[in-house]
Design a protein around this ligand. Structure first.
Ligand code: ZN
Length: 260
């Protein structure tokens, strides 16, 4: 027989998973769009540079001093700044929205230890949670580090192609592959930060309603993940203010308050 506790466990967990799916879809599609646009822009410039290179019959090794190549690198750098700023905007805006939503959506029993006078999370709390660094690096630093790395692999890919005298099509393919690597990293940041934000919103709600202990529910598809299983510690109650989720990228584990 399902107990009252099981009922809340299921409802709260489902709310978190649903909010993740809804917001993730929006964030993923916005991120995809900006990556596609920047990729098209870079390809256009790489092609133009390649045609000039052929026209001027430059030797492959002269590329390093070639003005059009330097211009291309400058332009890629600027596009990466544009990309990074846009990604940070997507994160800030959607994470704040998700935080407000999950705070309202998360169900709690009618009789909670405390009944706060406000049903919503105030703006200051929202901004503080999003601005707080909860893992080694805040997502803003991660984004810039990722852009720096993307410039590096793009540059290397383009130079390798030119030195080896590969076709323009091959060069375009390499640019697309490297940009896909960049997108995958951006997607990982989105997933991890969104899951964290949802967990934070729920945790804030429990604490604002007077709960002080929580248990961790290991996500269905993660029952074999040693890290998650160990962190959940067999659903042993522990202080809510010590719980930090997710435990790894792609982790979908959640936390629920201890309901008597
Ligand atoms: Zn997990």
């Amino acid at each position: 027989m399902a107990t009252n506790k099981d009922y809340w466990k299921k409802r709260i967990d489902e709310t978190a998973q649903r909010r993740f799916d809804l917001t993730y879809e929006v964030m993923q599609s916005e991120t995809r769009k900006i990556y596609d646009r920047i990729t098209r822009e870079i390809i256009k410039e790489v092609e133009a540079m390649y045609y000039k290179l052929l026209d001027e019959e430059l030797s492959r090794t002269e590329i390093w001093t070639y003005k059009h190549y330097k211009d291309l690198l400058n332009s890629i750098n600027m596009k990466m700044v544009k990309l990074g700023l846009k990604e940070i905007n997507i994160l800030n805006y959607n994470l704040e929205e998700a935080l407000r939503e999950i705070y309202v959506e998360t169900p709690l029993p009618q009789h909670t230890p405390i009944k706060p006078s406000f049903a919503v999370l105030d703006d200051v709390a929202v901004q503080q949670i999003i601005a707080r660094s909860w893992s080694e690096k805040h997502f803003i630093s991660t984004e810039w580090d990722n852009k720096k790395e993307l410039v590096r692999i793009l540059k290397k890919g383009i130079e390798d192609c030119i030195v080896k005298g590969q076709s323009k099509d091959k060069l375009v393919k390499v640019v697309m592959e490297k940009m896909q690597v960049g997108f995958n990293r951006a997607d990982m940041v989105v997933r991890t930060e969104l899951m964290h934000t949802i967990n934070e919103g729920q945790r804030q709600k429990y604490m604002n309603h007077g709960y002080d202990k929580g248990i961790i529910l290991v996500a269905h598809d993660e029952r074999l993940c040693e890290k998650c299983v160990k962190y959940a510690d067999n659903e042993k109650p522990r202080p809510l203010d010590e719980i930090v989720l997710p435990t790894h990228p792609r982790c979908r584990c959640t936390c629920i308050p201890v309901i008597e």
